[in-house]
Ligand binder design. Structure first.
Ligand SMILES: *Cc1c(COP(=O)(O)O)cnc(C)c1O
Length: 364
């Protein structure tokens, strides 16, 4: 064994050595429909004004306070009065902050994070790296929550954290709100329910306004799917005493000055992004109807900016799409209920047509 192999074996955790790093495909020259990005840019005059703002930002100093950005987020994004937010470098960072805050220290038994599966992959990964055990509870075949199984698992494992993506990724559906309430209530004072509302701009359904009802609820969102994936900004809200604890594990300068300036600027023009989300919702329903009319294709109902599609042979269709330079996500191997399923982002009418044509040609 080489010196470096020895060194790595002697120093890096075994479970870290065993996993692959998160792969982001190089999409150069591809029609990129694998990451639920908003295809629209800000209008040119706004981009120019943003450029001026960014040029005037204070880059030589550490970001000293998030107060003005936090106030804008609270005022414009429906955070209830009396509730603050914590900002993250994307909601991915918030997920890992929650896991770090809730993982238990030896010799106590490991704290548990629970989530329905299939779900967002970063939950299990964040649990693992923080030293929590992850328990996945399978969804029903129609992708609804298996409430009895969820309640039984809560009883059995007493999870410190339960993550529910609302709508869920990669299935695209909203879980039943009554089921969610039952789960929050069942957790009581032994567990925190985290509603991950990354797709709220599309679904227009939220538990944010209901935070005052549930002391053990965290609502988390991101601006990524709304059209700002590049700036990396997520936010979460909860009862102030709970947020105060999570704030302790936040890296002090986690949201950079450029992100702060860009986000504050864009929040002043939220109507532009919301109009883009409305366009994408309409485009999603049109694309869904066209795809569903193809023989052998099932399109699942979606409240997000992507579609989950079942075909006869997902590997084959995916390979043919790739050969046509179309990048989508093959979900087949993720979970049994996703057998032969593909996930595709909804894009502009032009790109949706390019996708539709390539997809249709890849079916044969
Ligand atoms: C995309 C996504 C996120 C990640 O958001 P970032 O803010 O870009 O880190 C979180 N949760 C779900 C369910 C997502 O689909």
């Amino acid at each position: 064994m080489s010196f470096l192999d020895q060194l790595i074996n002697n120093t890096v955790r075994a479970d870290v050595r065993a996993v692959n790093s998160y792969q982001v495909a190089d999409a150069g020259g591809y029609l990129k429909l694998d990451a639920m990005e908003n295809p629209y840019l800000l209008p040119l005059p706004l981009r120019e004004e943003l450029g001026t703002r960014l040029a005037g930002s204070v880059l030589n100093r550490y970001p000293h306070s998030y107060e003005s950005l936090k106030a804008a987020v609270c005022n414009k994004l429906g955070v209830p009065a009396g509730h603050d937010v914590i900002l993250g470098n994307g909601s991915d960072e918030l997920i890992s902050m929650l896991a770090v805050a809730c993982a238990s220290q030896a010799p106590a038994p490991r704290a548990v994070m629970l989530a329905p599966v299939p779900g967002f992959v970063m939950y299990a990964r964040s649990a693992q790296f923080a030293g929590m055990d992850f328990v996945g509870v399978p969804l029903n075949d129609d992708f609804s929550l298996d409430l009895d199984a969820m309640l039984a698992a809560i009883e059995q494992y007493r999870p410190a954290l339960v993550f529910l993506a609302y709508p869920n990724n990669p299935t695209g559906n909203l879980f039943d709100a009554t089921d969610i309430e039952r789960i929050i209530t069942a957790l009581g004072d032994t567990g925190i329910a985290v509603l991950d509302e990354a797709y709220e701009p599309f679904a227009q359904q939220s538990f944010m306004g209901r935070l005052p009802e549930f002391a053990n609820l965290v609502v988390m969102r991101t601006v990524s799917k709304l059209g700002l994936a590049g700036i990396r900004l997520g936010y979460m809200s909860a009862a102030p005493a709970l947020l105060e604890q999570f704030e302790k594990v936040r890296p002090p300068y986690n949201v950079n000055v450029l992100t702060q300036v860009a986000a504050e600027f864009v929040l002043d023009h939220l109507d532009v992004l919301n109009a883009q989300a409305a366009l994408l919702n309409r485009a999603r329903d049109e694309l869904a109807a066209r795809l569903a009319a193809l023989p052998g294709v099932t399109v699942f109902p979606s409240k997000a900016n992507f579609l989950l599609i079942r075909v006869a042979n997902a590997d084959d269709v995916c390979a043919k799409l790739l050969a046509r330079r179309v990048l989508i996500k093959n979900m087949s191997k993720m979970h049994a209920v996703l057998a032969n399923c593909l996930r595709v982002s909804v894009s502009t009418p032009e790109e949706n047509t390019l996708f539709y044509d390539a997809f249709q040609a890849s079916l044969v």
